[in-house]
Design a binder for this molecule. Sequence first.
Ligand code: PHE
Length: 268
Amino acid sequence: MGFEEMPTNNFVESSFWNFDALFQPQQHPARDSHDTFFLKVPSTTRRLPEDYVEKVKQVHESGGYGSKGYRYNWKRGEADKNLLRTHTTAVSTRMLYLLARKPFSPKRYFSIDRVFRNEAVDRTHLAEFHQIEGLICDRKLTLGDLLGVLDDFFAQLGMGKLRFKPAYNPYTEPSMEIFSYHEGLEKWVEVGNSGMFRPEMLRTMGLPEDVSVIAWGLSLERPTMILYGVDNIRDLFGPKVDFNLIKASPICRLGLGLNSTTTSNDCW
Ligand code: PHE
């Protein structure tokens, strides 16, 4: 589909790139140590782009681009704190910031990599898992474009029949959860989250006024569990995985949905 891969080879991220640049307020519960792993050493980042940091502070405190902002006292100390990134959207944000530093050209980016959340581990949750993320940055994109791209993208993964539900992310407006009908489970299953990045994020970076960004994210493990009928995420990934299963499994099972007993749509 013409997407370029983003460089996601940094598990450690600053709060600034993980949260602040995404217009996520500093009091947001996701920024609590109950939800996020903060680093002890080194506990703070060494370098941030100072002129951009000043603009992010301004937009949080008093808004701009048609927004009132959050009207609180933004603290540099919070932005400096190092963490294990909670989403790959931190990398998407860095990429958009770099894009805004050059004459504008449209882009399609994707990534698949590790994220970390301070969660109680159970059969459907791990404290580290993988996210798949996609974004398109172009002039005059609309919610209709996002709906169309999501239909195409998920159809390629064997997930036809999508439904969308309004949702909330601090960095997207509008935001939508994505559901797909699973023929085997006979129910609608949540398969991702999506939206259009807010002007408070894009204009602050300096992207031109008529440029919009549509984006979405999903976990790699969840659709994989459903596709292969794995009911405990710890059997799929992490220290409890059975090595014999790994050794016996083919590296690539792309044909699975296309063999004699199933069609690609049966996977979902
Ligand atoms: N960052 C979101 C998450 O972690 C996914 C997402 C990406 C949502 C891009 C909207 C846009 O769930």
